[in-house]
Design a protein around this ligand. Structure first.
Ligand code: FPP
Length: 246
């Protein structure tokens, strides 16, 4: 039986998040520039987005650019921004054809105005799409997100909109960039690194973590199916015992 057909459709992760890592090493192995690795990485973005939509995954969140990535060489940052613009222009058709809504989280104001404009344009054009939400984390850092949420909540406390004793997990969640997304069920990181790198720290509280040696530009639909099958073989206990679950 093909890998895809082994996946239980009734036990799909509702929200998959991916740390796309290894573009640079992939290019180096081929004696090419890092930019070539990033460009090839966009093909995996497309393949994985289509595969998630086809399977019926409702939310896919991709770590495309972190707050720390601004410290990379200027030329590499420019390449990544240019790639974002060209991918958005080119792939709006894929999003529309697959009924996918685009969303973005992060400090979006920090993005160059051209990127911001293109992003907003695609977000607007796809906002009524229903099959899946693709969220791009751009200029994103989880600590920044939590800091921003705290500032908003403090402001509301100061203005008597929220009383401190009512602050709970729900209220904190409602002030994160991801307020409209469910918790992450499956977090994938490619390239063999086993770190979270400031990605969705609050939202992965009960996520299953899956690390693979595959470098992002080589990550295919089949690799996604393997990750989902691995997820489906795990027992998610949410703090309970096995006996309580059965
Ligand atoms: C990590 O590889 C990857 C990134 C920092 C950027 C990911 C970007 C893309 C896949 C292309 C554009 C994205 C979209 C959504 C169109 P790395 O450079 O850290 O690799 P290395 O660890 O091997 O050096």
């Amino acid at each position: 039986m093909e890998l895809k057909d082994q996946i239980h459709k009734d036990q799909l992760p509702k929200h998959i998040a991916i740390i796309m890592d290894g573009n640079g090493r992939w290019a180096k192995q081929k004696g090419r520039l890092r930019a070539f690795g990033h460009e090839s990485g966009t093909k995996s973005v497309k393949a994985v987005t289509e595969a998630c939509a086809e399977l019926g995954v409702q939310h896919l969140t991709l770590y495309a650019f972190s707050t720390e990535n601004w410290n990379r060489p200027k030329l590499e940052v420019q390449t990544l921004m240019r790639l974002l613009i060209s991918s958005l222009k080119k792939e709006i058709k894929t999003l529309q054809d697959n009924n996918i809504k685009l969303n973005a989280i992060g400090n979006l104001q920090a993005l160059p105005s051209k990127v911001h404009k293109e992003l907003q344009d695609v977000i607007d054009k796809t906002k009524t799409n229903k099959r899946m939400t693709l969220t791009l984390a751009l200029s994103y850092g989880s600590r920044l997100e939590i800091t921003d949420a705290l500032k908003d909540i403090c402001d509301k406390v100061k203005n008597n909109i929220i009383s401190p004793e009512n602050i709970d997990e729900y209220i904190i969640n409602q002030h994160l960039y991801t307020r409209n997304l469910p918790d992450v069920d499956l977090l994938i990181r490619t390239s063999g690194e086993q770190r979270i790198s400031n990605f969705l720290l609050w939202q992965i509280a009960y996520a299953e973590l899956y690390f693979t040696e595959v470098l992002w530009p080589d990550f295919s639909k089949e690799d996604l199916y393997i990750a989902i099958l691995n997820y489906q073989n795990r027992e998610r206990r949410f703090g309970k015992t096995s006996e309580q679950l059965s």
